[in-house]
Design a protein around this ligand. Structure first.
Ligand code: NAD
Ligand code: L34
Length: 290
């Protein structure tokens, strides 16, 4: 049986629903507008931002990329964000991470108007998520919940193991999984976890978000497991034109035969992240212009 969970196809269906809703919205208002801030020339960031811009245009969302040199001062970056906050024509603001080391990422995120924070990274939005009254749900965890809903009838009581405790994936995902509407039993593992395999083996659902190729191997999971591979790792590959290929955190070929469902990399969580960002941007426009 094929266990592959096709993030590309599911993301497409999410985008189609968003495109239809954007069309109705734009019949009586300016289209939703997204401002993306891209600092420096991190090659992966530039490629993700291109993907976001292309997808926005496909669903009828207007987007503007504000590119700034890596040498921008924190003061100048905060000023740019304040300008975007004050601009009524901007519905959503996204600052692509990571930022250069001399910039305090938290200060930047806290400066974004929470009602325009389509990434859902502002402390107010993360706090609301934790309490169970979310405004904007971070795109990657939101996309993972959609994938899990497609793979499983019911998450209630399921043993879910999240590997990774970042503010953008692991922590908000753990909050969503333990929410009253999902009801999973959640374990969060990280770099200091003892005997990771004992946790993953006992899990019905494993979500790998560590950024370590081949961290999750076949011997670490049980038959019938559902696996969501969030990791995006570039590994050298001379046979590819660009000199590398993308792999996740999971040994896909060995784990897939044991799995009920498993997402590939690429074509799994990545496209969902972009689809959920577009949904959040529409929601920001609807909320702000109601
Ligand atoms: P991060 O890079 O900030 O942190 C990694 C986390 O993994 C840490 O919490 C750490 O404790 C844990 N970890 C590291 N090594 C481990 C090990 N050996 N065992 C157990 N835990 C370990 O996390 P992030 O920003 O969430 O990114 C994680 C990965 O997900 C990266 O590969 C990133 O590129 C990818 N990512 C993908 C998407 C997407 O849309 N597909 C979105 C965000 C991040
Ligand atoms: N502010 N920073 C902010 N918001 C985010 O939501 C992100 N993230 C992560 C990095 N920094 C961020 C993203 O957008 C990671 N991320 C992201 C977005 C898209 C894809 C992967 C990560 C994606 O489209 N992945 C494709 C492959 C792309 C390729 O070929 O390079 C996939 O199929 O997985």
């Amino acid at each position: 049986m094929d266990s592959r969970l096709d993030g590309r196809a599911i993301a497409k269906s999410v985008r189609t629903a968003t495109r239809n809703a954007v069309e109705s919205f734009s019949a009586h208002a300016d289209p939703p507008a997204l401002a993306v801030v891209l600092v420096g020339d991190h090659p992966a960031s530039a490629s993700y931002v291109r993907g976001k811009k292309r997808a926005a245009s496909e669903v009828g969302i207007q987007s503007t990329v504000h590119r700034r040199d890596a040498s921008i001062s924190q003061h100048e970056l905060l000023d740019l964000i304040r300008t975007l906050n004050a601009d009524d024509a901007v519905d959503g603001i996204l600052v692509q991470l990571p930022l250069p080391d001399h910039i305090d990422q938290y200060a930047v995120i806290e400066t974004i108007d929470p009602t325009k924070d389509v990434d859902g990274f502002h402390p107010q939005n993360l706090g609301r998520l934790l309490i169970g009254t979310p405004q904007f749900v971070p795109a990657t965890p939101a996309g993972i919940m959609v994938l899990l809903e497609r793979a499983l009838d019911d998450l209630a009581g399921a043993r879910a193991v999240v590997v990774g405790r970042s503010n953008i994936v692991g922590k908000p995902l753990a909050a969503l999984l333990m929410q009253r509407d999902a009801n999973a039993t959640v374990t969060v593992c990280h770099s200091r976890t003892r005997d990771l395999a004992a946790h993953t083996k006992a899990a019905d659902i494993v979500i790998a978000a560590a950024g370590r190729p081949n961290l999750i191997t076949a011997d670490m999971v049980s038959d019938g497991v559902t696996v969501i591979d969030v990791g995006i790792n570039r590994v050298d590959d001379d046979s590819r034109e660009r000199g590398y290929r993308l792999v996740g955190d999971v040994d896909y070929d060995a784990v897939a035969p044991k799995a009920h469902a498993i997402t590939p990399v690429p074509g799994g969580v990545g496209p969902m992240t972009i689809a959920m960002l577009l949904r959040n941007t529409l929601q920001a426009a609807q909320h702000r212009r109601a």
